[in-house]
Design a protein around this ligand. Sequence first.
Ligand SMILES: [Fe+2]
Ligand SMILES: [Fe+2]
Length: 169
Amino acid sequence: MQTIYEILATDHRTVLNIIDTIEKSESPERRKHLITLAHTELAMHSKAEEEVFYRPLREQTGDDGLLGHSFQEHDKIDALLASLQFGSAEDAEWMRNLRELRRVLEAHIALEEKDVFALAQANFDDAEAFEIGAQMLEEKSRFAMPNPVNVALSKAKELLHGDNQTSSS
Ligand SMILES: [Fe+2]
Ligand SMILES: [Fe+2]
């Protein structure tokens, strides 16, 4: 069993490692593939984090300043990720946006692991930290479920592909 703090910190390192790999990658295609992965990872992380961690913390402490600011950072990070995901990874501007993403992300993670964790540790006991950790894993797995639109699209592609084959199932 892991506490919510350990789970969040591990997720943060995972995403920063993906960004490191993108920065080192020479291939624009690989950069685009990896930014999609980073976006998916982070979207699941942030949604679950808001739901199981920020929400009860906000209810318990009545804090709006710190958590409100942190929520806004999630939106900013998401917008940067979307622009990278849909932009051309061959541009110099794309690499500039990537560096901006790293800057915003590192600042957000530092705020979360220092100030938000401190606020939580003052309000949640150990049992709650483990319980919220378990909820985080469960919530993330719920977001990771195949999106029905994607499932339908891949089924449609299979069918179209099947039409051109001499034999199919
Ligand atoms: Fe986080
Ligand atoms: Fe966050």
